[in-house]
Design a binder for this molecule. Structure first.
Ligand SMILES: Nc1ncnc2c1ncn2[C@@H]1O[C@H](COP(=O)(O)OP(=O)(O)OP(=O)(O)O)[C@@H](O)[C@H]1O
Ligand SMILES: [Mg+2]
Length: 299
């Protein structure tokens, strides 16, 4: 199902449990309409990866995921020749075939192992998938050059075999946490969106959508605390993933409201650096809660 308006896109994503701001809904709608890849950058834990999952659900397409890492190469990302099978084939041929025939046979599709990028443009069941190229900034820069052909023409050139072109282009999403800048040539082929931390209203909406059982007062306090933490000068700010995880933790502990002791004893769910945690020990936690409470109750 392809949404036919921005509102339908937003509603469809929400039905998948994903609450997108309107600007994101617009760029997603346009990416679908124009058939362009979507490049997402933003803070950690703000829903970049999750968007690909939600879109696969919304469009009822399979999700193919390529997780990038240092040293990722074509063999792991796109395709690889199956040398072992080729060897067996040579043995079996026993010189019965001419050398040209054998060579053509050995470099045919039968001996090609498809990795995520090739799977995405030539899916076994013919259904164009959602292709997520996750955390591209982790791959080495030269890897980006491999992607250019795929991103602009939805095709891959395999020297021994020729060009493989997608019958129906996949929807491509790329993400980066911006540990380095991704090359302009990649960005130029994509639509771009920066995912920020959600504002309090959207964060509350996501929390209620994801944890329907949560008490309203507790949910509001949780969101207010996380929002206040994001205003502090911490080394690593908590993302949506942390908000949800902390809420689950508090539910496990049967907490009905937040008190300083509960906050300090569960900080490890929200903050992952000792310096940040240390800053909130003792009176700081109580002050933060008092401030938050004054805000949430004061309107
Ligand atoms: N807009 C949203 N609506 C609903 N849930 C969301 C949304 N954004 C994020 N989440 C929740 O937050 C979690 C973290 O999101 P996600 O893993 O997509 O973040 P990310 O941006 O990919 O982070 P990282 O950069 O660390 O990979 C998801 O598992 C999902 O449950
Ligand atoms: Mg991610």
């Amino acid at each position: 199902m392809r949404p036919d308006s921005i509102d339908a896109t937003l509603d469809g994503l929400r039905a998948q449990g994903y609450v997108a701001p309107r600007a994101l809904g617009t760029v997603v709608f346009l990416a679908l309409r124009l058939g362009r890849p979507l490049f997402l950058e933003g803070e950690p834990g703000t829903g970049k990866t999750e968007l690909a999952k939600a879109l696969a659900g919304l469009l009822d397409r399979p999700l193919i995921r390529l997780q990038c890492y240092e040293g990722l190469d074509l063999a792991a990302a796109a395709y690889e020749w199956n040398y072992a099978r080729q060897m067996v084939e040579i043995k079996l041929a026993q010189g019965q075939e001419s050398r040209e025939d054998l060579a053509r046979e050995l470099f045919s599709r039968r001996f090609l192992i498809a990795r995520p990028l090739l799977q995405a443009i030539d899916p076994p069941d013919g259904r164009a998938p959602v292709l997520l190229i996750d955390e591209l900034d982790r791959a080495d820069e030269p890897f980006e050059a491999f992607l250019l052909e795929l991103l602009s023409d939805f095709q891959l050139s395999i020297p021994e075999l020729g060009v493989i072109r997608a019958a129906e282009p996949p929807l491509v999403l790329l993400t980066s946490n911006r540990t380095r800048e991704v090359h302009d040539a990649v960005k130029r082929r994509c639509l771009y969106h920066w995912l920020d931390f959600p504002d309090a209203a959207r964060e509350l909406e996501i929390l209620r959508l994801r944890l329907p059982g949560i008490e309203s007062a507790l949910a509001q306090e949780i969101v207010a605390v996380v929002q206040a933490l994001r205003g502090m000068d911490l080394y690593k700010l908590p993302g949506l993933a942390e908000t949800l995880e902390w809420s689950r933790a508090l539910l496990e502990l049967n907490a009905l409201v937040l008190d300083p002791a509960t906050l300090t004893s569960t900080l490890g769910v929200l903050l992952k650096y000792q310096d940040d945690i240390a800053r909130l020990q003792g009176s700081e936690a109580a002050q933060l809660l008092a401030r938050v409470r004054a805000e949430t109750h004061g309107g």
